[in-house]
Write a protein that binds this ligand. Structure first.
Ligand SMILES: CC(C)(COP(=O)(O)OP(=O)(O)OC[C@H]1O[C@@H](n2cnc3c(N)ncnc32)[C@H](O)[C@@H]1OP(=O)(O)O)[C@@H](O)C(=O)NCCC(=O)NCCS
Length: 167
C-alpha cells in the first residue's frame, strides 16, 4: 500500500523537534536550499551567514520544526515553520528532494497548521506544482489573490487556511 494511505499510522513514528539551536536552523537551511528554485520569495541559495542573520532577526517571530523518523537512522524527512509577518502567520514547508512524492509535505503542512491558533497564510509560486499540490491535498485552503512574481517567473498565489470564523 502506498505510504500516503498510511499517513496517520506513519505519523506515530515521526519525531517532531522544535528548532532551537544553530545546528537545527542549519538543517532547515540545507533542506530549504535544496529546493530553492521555485520558492515564492528569495528563490536563491541562502548562505550560512545569511541564515544565521535571518534566525537572529526573526527571534520569537518564527516557530519551526524538524520532522525525523523515530528510528535509529533518524532520517530527517522535512521541515516546517510558522512565521509572524504583517500581523499574519505564514507557513513554510520543505522536504529533501529524494523524499518528494511520499506525502511528507502534506503531512507537515497539516501538522504546522494545527499548531497555529489563528489563520495560516501561504505564498506559493503557481509553477511550483508540488507546493500547490500540498495545499490542495490537505484541503481547506482558500486562494485569496494572485499577482505576477517580481522576478517575472510566473505568478505568486496567496492562500489562507481559516482557523477562526470569518465574517
Ligand atoms: C513542496 C514540497 C514540500 C512538497 O513535498 P512532498 O512531500 O513531495 O509533497 P506530497 O508528496 O505531500 O504532495 C505533493 C502533492 O502535489 C502533487 N504534485 C506533485 N507535482 C505536481 C505538479 N507538477 N503539478 C501539480 N501537482 C503536483 C502530488 O501529486 C501530490 O498531490 P496528491 O497527494 O494529491 O497526489 C516539496 O516539493 C519541496 O520541499 N519543495 C521545495 C520547497 C518548496 O517549494 N516549499 C513550498 C513553499 S511553501
Amino acid at each position: 500500500m502506498p505510504l500516503k494511505q498510511n499517513l496517520a499510522e506513519w505519523a506515530k513514528t515521526i519525531e517532531v523537534i522544535p528548532v532551537t539551536t544553530a545546528q537545527h536552523s542549519e538543517i532547515v537551511r540545507q533542506i530549504r536550499n535544496a529546493g530553492y528554485i521555485n520558492l515564492a520569495h528569495e528563490a536563491r541559495i541562502l548562505s550560512r551567514r545569511e541564515n544565521e542573520h535571518f534566525w537572529e532577526e526573526q527571534g520569537a517571530g518564527i516557530r519551526a520544526w524538524i520532522y525525523k523518523r523515530a528510528e535509529p537512522s533518524g532520517t530527517v524527512i522535512g521541515v516546517g515553520s510558522l512565521r509572524e509577518r504583517d500581523g499574519k502567520t505564514w507557513a513554510f514547508v520543505a522536504v529533501p528532494p529524494h523524499l518528494h512524492g511520499y506525502g511528507y509535505g502534506t503531512h507537515i503542512l497539516r501538522d504546522i497548521t494545527e499548531r497555529s491558533e489563528i489563520d495560516v497564510w501561504a505564498v506559493t509560486r503557481d509553477r511550483n506544482g508540488p507546493a500547490m499540490g500540498i495545499h490542495k491535498s490537505m484541503g481547506g485552503w482558500e486562494e485569496v489573490s494572485r499577482e505576477p512574481a517580481k522576478d517575472g517567473a510566473g505568478e505568486i498565489v496567496t492562500q489562507v487556511y481559516r482557523k477562526v470564523p470569518h465574517g
